[in-house]
Design a protein around this ligand. Structure first.
Ligand SMILES: Cc1cc2nc3c(=O)[nH]c(=O)nc-3n(C[C@H](O)[C@H](O)[C@H](O)COP(=O)(O)OP(=O)(O)OC[C@H]3O[C@@H](n4cnc5c(N)ncnc54)[C@H](O)[C@@H]3O)c2cc1C
Length: 491
């Protein structure tokens, strides 16, 4: 194992993409699972708090230490095996999405949810129940976790396979590899019926594996993950559609969302009808930012929708006709729609999508301030109210912003770029307002980024004090000395 105590090296482990900064005097880097267990046992015996650090792309301060020892899983980065019969891939937690996608692509397979940040690790993705653009059709990463191995606070190993251990009502009985019996009597937590990544999954009769997905490094260290992956579709259609009116864009989105939900009957079925696997939004400001690099964006466009649909060569014309029939009813720019049907064209679309966070980051670093970004989602029937509330609130503060994201899931990111401290305060007030609105509309304060250290207050408002108490009770059984992931989810 590698132990680092020099200040300069430690400095690089103290923050994540949220830009909040913590303190620590030690980073320990296990080089294999046996060392990870040894480190955890040692910290347990010394009553020493610790935090797990992965790629640090988190946006909520989850890996930021509060004077804890940092365990970095950067060297646990091996893809262990791939079962080509069952399409299951087994990985160490430090494997990145980039690494996995490269391997899967050579087998014509893919991991469906598609989180944007490809440098993030699968351990981090599972710890946060990550989602992505394709979660509209395929759901969050939770749906693909077939097995996990967790090292508990005392260094004992818990192995769970999906479909094998269930709660009996609100009672879970877990058995470690060392034969410890852990009896957990829990209270159910009612979470929003939107895409959601905030707090423990606690439901009657639940599969035990779900408790650990999204637990943000507070219940144990994920040391191995088995993921279900699926065969790539024969063909994918990509369309980037530009609009002249917000109402038309919203009506179009409602229609294709509704059709896609009906037609995507099973997650892996290919369909002859309108059945998008992703529906993504770019607002007018996003297009303005991107226009300097992409001159072909129509001048008057107030927003764009990017869709992808899986299909077969045989039904290409039929599918294209169906899409264009609808598109031409909602926008005068139908002829200017960008179309992607081959790999090169799709990679141009992906570059276009990636240019947005890159351009946003350029502005933020030029301003020398932090970005304020929302990750809220609301139920479909409240989406319009939420969208126009968001736009109005942004108009009021008169600052630079973009809105983009997963409109199919009623999940948008509003990013604001303050130029000075006064603007930062205004942006924080706006953030507070939007969180309250999402909670009031029975939405979530975190659809995919987790709670970490910066959204604890809102999690409590969303699930109530009893929800927090229910989580703490579970944590006390699995981590009785309260050593792991201090400050994440709750105080
Ligand atoms: C530009 C950009 C785009 C993004 N897009 C998306 C997106 O589309 N979808 C999305 O969901 N997120 C997105 N994110 C957020 C981020 O990438 C995810 O939250 C990701 O899951 C974090 O992974 P990581 O490896 O960087 O984890 P870290 O940031 O290092 O850690 C995150 C949390 O997970 C815990 N953790 C990490 N590994 C383990 C482990 N092995 N065992 C137990 N706990 C562990 C840490 O303690 C911490 O609490 C984006 C971030 C950026 C900067």
């Amino acid at each position: 194992m590698i132990i680092k105590t020099d200040k300069d090296t430690i400095e690089t482990y103290l923050t994540d993409a949220s830009n909040i900064k913590g303190s620590s005097s030690t980073v320990i880097i296990p080089e294999n699972k046996e060392e990870l267990i040894e480190i955890i046992k040692d910290l347990f015996n010394k009553n020493q708090n610790y935090i797990i650090s992965a790629a640090g792309t988190g946006l909520t301060g989850g890996k930021v230490p509060e004077f804890d020892v940092i365990i970095s899983i950067e060297k646990l980065n091996q893809i262990l095996d791939i079962d080509k019969q069952r399409n299951i891939v087994r990985v160490e937690p430090g494997v990145t999405l980039n690494q996995l996608e490269e391997l899967l692509s050579s087998y014509d397979l893919f991991l469906p949810p598609n989180p944007t940040e490809k440098n993030s690790t699968l351990g981090g993705n599972v710890a946060n129940n990550a989602s992505g653009s394709r979660s509209f059709k395929y759901g969050p990463i939770r749906n693909y976790v077939e097995g996990i191995e967790i090292i508990l606070g005392n260094g004992h190993i818990l192995k769970l396979q999906r479909g094998k251990v269930f709660a009996n009502g609100n009672n879970l009985n877990l058995k470690t590899e060392e034969n410890d019996s852990l009896k957990i009597e829990f209270q159910e937590i009612h979470t929003p019926k939107t895409k959601h990544s905030g707090g423990y999954f606690l439901k009657s009769d639940m599969d035990a594996i779900d408790l650990f997905i999204g637990s943000e490094g507070t219940l144990g260290v994920i040391s191995e993950i088995s993921l279900a992956v699926i065969k790539k579709p024969e063909k994918i259609l990509g369309l980037l559609i530009f609009f002249l009116s917000v109402d038309n864009l919203m009506d179009f989105t409602d229609l294709i969302r509704k059709n896609s939900i009906i037609n995507n009957k099973t997650s892996i079925e290919i369909n002859n009808e309108i059945a998008a696997r992703l529906i993504e939004f770019f607002d007018e400001n996003s297009l303005k930012l991107l226009r300097s690099k992409y001159h072909q964006i129509p001048e008057d466009s107030i927003g764009a929708i990017w869709i992808e649909q899986e299909y077969t060569e045989a039904n290409e014309n039929e599918i294209l006709e169906k899409w264009f029939e609808i598109i031409s009813k909602y926008t005068p720019f139908a002829d200017l729609t960008w179309v992607a049907t081959n790999e090169k064209e799709h990679s141009n679309f992906i570059d276009f999508r990636h240019q947005l966070p890159l351009t946003v980051n350029e502005i933020i670093s030029k301003n020398g301030m932090r970005k304020i970004g929302t990750d809220t989602a609301v139920p479909i029937h409240h989406f319009r109210e939420y969208f126009f509330y968001l736009k109005e609130a942004l108009k009021e503060i008169q600052m630079d912003f973009v809105i983009f994201g997963h409109i199919g899931d009623c999940h948008l990111h509003a990013n604001i770029f303050p130029k000075n401290n006064a603007e930062l305060q205004k942006a924080l007030d706006f953030y507070e307002k939007i969180m309250q609105k999402a909670i009031n509309l029975n939405g979530t304060v975190s659809a995919e980024h987790g709670i970490g250290k910066i959204k604890k207050k809102y999690l409590k408002q969303m699930i109530g004090e009893h929800g927090i108490t229910a989580m703490k009770k579970v944590k006390n059984i699995l981590d009785p000395k309260n050593l792991l992931g201090r400050g994440n989810l709750f105080d």
